[in-house]
Design a protein around this ligand. Sequence first.
Ligand code: GDP
Length: 421
Amino acid sequence: MRHQGFRAQVPPALGRSSSVSCAVAPVAAAPVAALADAGAMAATDIARQVGEGCRTVPLAGHVGFDSLPDQLVNKSVSQGFCFNILCVGETGLGKSTLMDTLFNTKFEGEPATHTQPGVQLQSNTYDLQESNVRLKLTIVSTVGFGDQINKEDSYKPIVEFIDAQFGAYLQEELKIRRVLHTYHDSRIHVCLYFIAPTGHSLKSLDLVTMKKLDSKVNIIPIIAKADAISKSELTKFKIKITSELVSNGVQIYQFPTDDESVAEINGTMNAHLPFAVIGSTEELKIGNKMMRARQYPWGTVQVENEAHCDFVKLQETYEAKRNEFLGELQKKEEEMRQMFVQRVKEKEAELKEAEKELHEKFDRLKKLHQDEKKKLEDKKKSLDDEVNAFKQRKTAAELLQSQGSQAGGSQTLKRDKEKKN
Ligand code: GDP
């Protein structure tokens, strides 16, 4: 059930691209590519019809169905991505400061009261933009965590919150009309668990809470305010924490090492866990550069100096996740492009098949028509022959009749003459 972090919510809208209407014309089917030309021709015709006085709008760029995947990716990029961080740790461990340091901004949030009888979860969503990529960042803080005398149930509201987000997503997924591309996914991608820099061991509250959360979220343990602990103590503290986590069966996030290209770097990241971090939004001039640091009477601690703390490692984790996310997006874009090309090919093949069938039908009908025509011609010929024969017979009969009547007439005259005589 562990939610594996960043997942691009790219709408499978290309599924609909098959509905590019390519109606098979009754006379001849045109291949899909011709549709674009047809569109262009239609536009020219309209332009010709509207005449000179009309305003024409020039095209801003290439128009064609091959640009559909780009349009979808641009839409996803402009819609932005969400990343939800859950910060768990006792009050005053520097959670807010670290978030401000990590995202190099000052997150405005409602001031939390720490006099509540239990733990409250406070969720704040911020819209951030880096180059053209928009990020909807949600930071969930555990107000009052560790403030109570009886800390037995401190983990419960956190578990309930995480489950509620899974539930809300499931509800959206189960809807008949799902709108997951606009749905604000509030499931937690990562849980930063802040450990107090005691130098001793994990508190039972930490172990219990992490154990309850490890099957639901990716936990990245963090030793907060790492400047409060000496270098040698820090090394020992890290070893102690790791062994306690292992002996209590607490599963923390492990950077994947199965991919060879990142195996080495991720192995180093895993070796650095839990990250020891220092947070500060204050910028100090160190040498010629302005750096985020904490100034003490005895010296300066630099947040982004790897010799001072693991902040850079934590930042790299975020960067790596973001790159993984963009890589996934590119992969999806390529898949979409391939799928689109495949669909177009299929549609073209379908149209060609329909065209072939039409041709065959046309040939069949043509042959039928020719046969029919020949039959009719034969019939006409035989009828003509019959008519001619009839005419001949009629003429012969008329001739005979007239000859007969002439012969009859002369005999009557002869008889009349004889009578007179
Ligand atoms: P939160 O209650 O966990 O959100 O803690 P805050 O971020 O409000 O920090 C509490 C105090 O700890 C503030 O005075 C911070 O300046 C200080 N603080 C934050 N990060 C560090 C750190 O890395 N080292 C030290 N020494 N102090 C810190």
